[in-house]
Ligand binder design. Structure first.
Ligand code: UD1
Length: 409
């Protein structure tokens, strides 16, 4: 199966593109609803955007509006990553507070505290953030309490055209951070250290456009591999960076899968029944990604023994568990810990995708289950997977989209 470009790279790179003084061409840009929302926001700001296949052409020369409408902010909580770019470009921005989301509270204190240190004046006014800076933002030493992916990205973007040098300590180290740094540097920025704990950004006057290829989506790859593991199948995923998947691949090996990697490819062969995972603990990269927790839980649901999951990144990230239980899974949640007692088989049921990755987990469980499973809430899944059902059907799965549910979720 061919893996499409990474949603979590495309979103910050699109945000950063508004800083450029000429057109950017993004290759391998996935056609996801979250990317569509980003495009809509950028168009509201004044960008002109055109898509040809997987290429996105972004002309940011008309950017003049710094207000992001509330409806669009609510559609995609991660749109806070635009703040650094907008204020850096226009000197002001007005956004609504992203608030909570299906994964629990989604605070943005780290973003705001650091941007304030860089000289941004932020007023919180009845759910809105009214932001302005006199002149340019200025470089600072910024220490994050937690290596937040979004905050690291926001600050890297804001610092690119700030006056002086910014040092981001305890930065997130995800591959998407490196992809954003590569994009920014191609546009003329001076970002060093991405992928390590300290990222240093020397501010430049302006960025120019560039051509950039978005990295493969490691979470989509992990989802396909989890589907193969759950169904006792052999599968090859192509167009991936195996080193981005190390934690996921070693967990799959622990369950008894045979994994072979070569540049751009991962081949997996699953046993007829998986072994349990002793302890799957989600951590910032290079630890096990929280986004792959739900798909792996679907696979562990039919393992021969008990698996223990610990979710350390988000508070409410087990909403798929009660849905899996409707299919016969035995999962007990206590705070951050989920014990998954493997059952010999799941059975089909009617279930609802609670969020993006939880939805993918239910699809995986449905493929492994006896009988038919109906998953509703496809709008969650479409945020991060390009036609998931087509990709799985092409690999031999018996799955189809029922249009009525596609339209109404
Ligand atoms: C990004 C990814 C998401 C992934 C997550 C963790 C995108 C678009 N989304 O989300 O898929 O699950 O990384 O790998 O790239 N936090 C604060 N204050 C802040 C910011 C974050 O307390 O100002 C907390 C969050 O509540 C959460 C943790 O830090 O508990 C991680 O959040 P963060 O790394 O910021 O995730 P996102 O960037 O939102």
């Amino acid at each position: 199966m061919l893996v499409h470009g990474a949603k979590n790279s495309a979103l910050p790179i699109l945000a950063a593109s508004i800083l450029c003084t000429s057109e950017c061409v993004l290759h391998n840009c996935p056609a996801l609803t979250d990317v569509g929302t980003s495009v809509e926001i950028l168009e509201t700001l004044g960008c002109r955007i055109k898509r040809t296949g997987t290429d996105l052409w972004v002309d940011p020369t008309g950017v003049s509006n710094g207000d992001v409408p509330d409806g669009l902010m609510r559609k995609m909580r991660s749109s806070i990553v635009l703040l650094g770019a907008i204020v850096s470009k226009l000197g002001q921005a007005r956004l609504t507070f992203p608030g909570g989301c299906e994964l629990g509270p989604r605070p943005i204190d780290l973003h705001l505290e650091a941007l304030r240190k860089m000289g941004l004046h932020i007023e919180e006014d009845g759910g809105s953030l009214v932001c302005a800076v006199r002149g340019r933002l200025h470089g600072e030493v910024l220490r994050l309490k937690f290596p937040s992916v979004g905050a690291t990205e926001n600050l890297m973007i804001a610092a690119s055209c700030a006056q002086g040098t910014t040092v981001i300590c305890n930065a997130a180290r995800e591959p998407e951070i490196c992809d954003l740094a590569d994009f920014l540097n191609r546009c003329g920025a001076k970002v060093a250290g991405a992928g390590g704990r300290t990222v240093t950004v020397e501010g430049v006057e302006r960025l120019h456009g560039c051509e950039h290829r978005i990295i493969p989506d490691r979470i989509v790859a992990a989802t396909y591999l989890a589907a193969a593991a759950a169904t006792g199948s052999a599968l090859e995923v192509r167009g991936v960076e195996p080193e981005h998947l190390s934690a996921v691949l070693s967990t799959l090996e622990e369950t008894g899968c045979t994994v072979r990697t070569e540049p751009g490819r991962v081949a997996l062969a699953a046993p007829s029944r998986l072994r349990p995972v002793r302890l799957l603990s989600t951590r910032p990269y290079p630890g096990f990604p929280t986004d792959a927790q739900a798909p792996l839980m679907a696979a562990a649901a039919t393992a021969e023994g008990e698996s223990v999951f610990v979710e350390n990144i988000f508070e409410s990230r087990y909403k798929h568990a009660p849905e899996l239980c409707r299919m016969g899974a035995e999962i007990c949640i206590r705070g951050r810990v989920a014990s998954v007692r493997g059952v010999p088989a799941l059975h089909g049921a009617q279930v609802a995708a609670p969020d993006l990755r939880g939805g993918a987990a239910l699809v995986i469980a449905g493929l492994a289950a006896d009988g038919e499973t109906r998953v509703s809430g496809l709008e969650h899944i479409d945020r991060g997977y390009e036609r998931l059902e087509q990709a799985l059907a092409a690999a031999g799965a018996n799955i189809r989209r029922m249009e009525r549910e596609g339209k109404h979720g």
